[in-house]
Design a protein around this ligand. Structure first.
Ligand code: UD2
Length: 311
């Protein structure tokens, strides 16, 4: 069994990754500054003797280094981030601090204490407006937001760290993650979190465009498993992999699943497309299968049914 330190443990993906690792018998040290994470996400984890939660800002100098020196984890899963693309457009300085400088701090803390494995929350945002589908790891990376640029820069920092100091570094390019605990608070939150809340509250949803746009929606349970495999799997080498399903689902299909569960709901309103919206995004899932032994298991409609059941 391993000891894993997770930054951003109280967030959407962090809390599910924590829960899964604990259920597998590992020890978890969670770090979060509660900027966008919530203590309630860790309600189950906090009942476990194998879990410790530390409130700290990963981007602050020497805070993480001291914690890593004390805990000497086998691996660090670095999920703490400025998670909103929109926020990164409005505040590139904050994006730099939380999405680049914090990564550097993680790499340095790992080097100083000899941590042998690092797993990083990257994003399909590194590809920007990809034209060729499915999107492969070898596809052109041309980020179009400070957020995407910071994720790509962080990948480079960490992979170079791995090459220089001999640690294993896994960069996980998540596609459109959805599931319980995703925060629907902003109009730019993941569309499924917004739809789930609005259908539940009896409010109509808005579809920007004709609803034919597609995304590679992946359940957070699958993403947590991909993180656990990257952090604890045997024989895992450094590399980059898409964390996706390889399948497309249109927004109309998503709305239709909700509509079947909420037959009294009003039909979605169509509005003009959002500026800068991409029409189709779908990853090639092959490499994560080869390098991590990871294949997504949750079909989108089952993931939606889970969300709807939780209410
Ligand atoms: C954005 C982010 C991505 C990630 C993701 C969250 C960019 C470039 N990428 O990608 O990094 O944070 O969001 O899952 O910003 N939509 C509606 N109605 C709504 C909300 C959204 O029709 O109420 C549409 C939206 O215009 C888009 C699609 O749904 O066509 C998916 O939107 P999204 O924000 O969930 O995800 P995406 O892929 O645009």
């Amino acid at each position: 069994m391993a000891k894993i330190l997770i930054t951003g443990a109280a967030g959407f993906i962090g809390s599910h990754t924590t829960d899964l690792l604990l259920s597998e018998g590992h020890t978890v040290v969670g770090v979060d500054n509660f900027r966008s994470g919530h203590r309630r996400n860790l309600a189950a984890a906090l009942t476990s003797a194998a879990f410790r939660l530390v409130e700290a800002d990963v981007s602050a100098e020497s805070v993480l280094a001291q914690l890593v020196a004390t805990e000497t984890p086998d691996a660090i899963i670095h999920l703490a981030a400025l998670v909103s693309v929109q926020d990164s457009m409005e505040n590139p300085e904050l994006n730099y601090r939380l999405n680049v400088l914090a990564t550097h701090r993680v790499a340095e803390a790992a080097r100083e204490s000899g941590v042998k494995r690092l797993v990083f929350a990257s994003s399909a945002a590194v590809y920007g407006d990809a034209t060729e589908l499915p999107i492969r790891e070898a596809s052109t990376t041309r980020p179009i937001s400070p957020y995407g640029g910071a994720k790509l820069a962080s990948e480079a920092l960490l992979l170079a760290h791995g090459a220089a100091f001999g640690s294993v570094v896994r960069c996980q390019r998540y596609f459109n993650v959805f599931g319980p605990r995703q925060d629907p608070a902003s109009p730019y939150s993941g569309v499924i979190s917004i739809f789930a809340q609005r259908f539940r509250d009896g409010q109509g949803v808005t579809i920007f465009g004709d609803g034919q746009q597609t995304r590679d929606f992946i359940s957070v349970h699958d993403v947590a498993r991909a993180n656990a495999l990257a952090a604890t799997g045997e024989g895992v080498a450094s590399g980059i992999a898409n964390i996706c399903t390889g399948r497309s689902t249109s927004l109309l299909e998503v709305a239709a699943v909700f509509g079947r569960h909420y037959p009294a709901a009003t039909a979605p309103t169509l509005a003009p497309p959002r500026p800068g919206d991409i029409i189709h995004s779908r990853g090639d899932a092959t490499r994560a299968g080869q390098e991590l032994g990871f294949t997504a298991r949750w079909p989108v409609d089952e993931g939606l049914a889970e969300l709807i059941k939780l209410g």
